[in-house]
Write a protein that binds this ligand. Structure first.
Ligand code: SAH
Length: 344
């Protein structure tokens, strides 16, 4: 039997090649590709696609890759919606829909599970199950649009998984979602967050200089960082910071450093001072994130007052910093929590 084809895994030129293979005119690729990113769930909804072509596509094992959420949690505080999707093979992934003043944003997952092992994170507790395909990435946005009836124009890749551990599919996804024949979503409206895989940061600056980059830093020195994030043993901080400096030089884009405050681990005044020294002169912004408590880790959240003190140390030393507004606080906000809870 031939393999199934998720049409959302295909680039536009690959869709054209498929039409050629099915002995269909080229313009059918344009129609189908456009429908996919308007959110069509099946071929019947593709109004200008004839039944005969729909049959050929089905025979060839093609499908739209449409997903329905198996669970939706809606925040009563701010309308944030958290989705749990089940994939064809039974794996589950999470996405979060958020409303901001500047528009609607979807936070998507790039892997089922994660193998980075960050100590405070729920997504990595059961390791990596598998990489997501480009179509499974796009579909998280499209399914949320179908559910909310709203248009989503910003993507943050901060869900489950390490994007640079799935670089090839990430690249394919960025090209597909940006394609003018389909969604045409601007690269400037996309942010990718990484735990700091140095060679990939360098490659990303070359491949996608318009996409925003966020780095999960979480500590100002190797000792603290290696304790929190095993990836730091492979790519220590001097190499990471050097890659960040060459990223800003290459792209002229401001890097966001994410810094999750964990009580008694990385939140002292001297941590803040060291962080300010480390980032001095860099085109950047520090996003301080109060730890979302994950029971299993035994780690605790830094209080509001201490977070504010940390923030003002940075600001006084000329490092732009803010404390992240917590959306969806009442619905298992932290990465991977919904997924983890379901299994219990
Ligand atoms: N693998 C990518 C994206 C993952 S999650 C990365 O590491 O950047 C997005 C952000 O949430 C990361 O900064 C991550 O470290 C942080 N995070 C994970 N678990 C958290 C928790 N329990 N509380 C607060 N932030 C968390």
């Amino acid at each position: 039997m031939r393999e199934k084809i998720n049409l959302k895994d295909l680039q536009f030129n690959e869709t054209e090649a498929l039409m050629a293979e099915l002995e269909e005119p080229k313009f059918r690729a344009k129609q189908i590709f456009a429908w996919l990113y308007k959110g069509a769930e099946n071929f019947a909804q593709m109004k200008n696609v004839p039944h005969s072509l729909a049959e050929k596509l089905e025979e060839r094992g093609c499908h739209t890759g449409a997903l329905k959420p198996v669970k939706v949690q809606v925040s009563k505080l701010d309308g944030t919606r958290k989705y749990l999707f089940e994939l064809d093979d039974g794996n589950t992934i999470e996405s979060v829909f958020m409303k901001y003043k500047y528009g609607n944003t979807i936070c998507i997952s790039l892997q089922a599970g994660c193998r980075m092992g960050c100590r405070f994170c729920a997504s990595t507790m059961e390791g990596l199950q598998r990489n997501l395909s480009p179509g499974e990435m796009s579909e998280q946005l499209l399914a949320a649009e179908r559910d909310t009836g709203e248009t989503i124009n910003h993507i943050v890749i901060m869900g489950t998984g390490e994007p640079f551990d799935n670089y090839e599919n990430l690249s394919a996804f960025l090209r597909i979602i940006n394609d003018k024949n389909g969604r045409n979503l601007s690269m400037r409206n996309i942010t990718v967050s990484t735990c700091g895989i140095v060679p990939a940061i360098r490659k990303f600056a070359e491949d996608f200089p318009q996409v925003n980059l966020a780095i999960s830093l979480h500590a100002p020195d190797n000792e603290t960082r290696s304790e929190m994030m095993p990836v730091n043993r492979k790519y220590p901080m001097d190499r990471l910071i050097e890659a960040c400096r060459s990223y800003t030089a290459r792209t002229s884009r401001r890097i966001t450093f994410e810094y999750t405050l964990v009580k008694g681990v990385n939140d002292s005044r001297s941590h803040a001072e060291k962080l300010a020294d480390l980032l001095r002169g860099m085109l950047c912004h520090v996003n301080l994130i109060p730890l979302n408590k994950v029971e299993e880790t035994g780690l605790d959240t830094t209080g509001r007052k201490d977070a504010e003190a940390f923030c003002s140390v940075l600001e006084k030393r000329g490092i732009p910093a803010t404390i992240r507004r917590e959306l969806g606080d009442d619905i298992d906000g932290a990465c991977g929590q919904l997924r983890l809870r379901r299994k219990k």
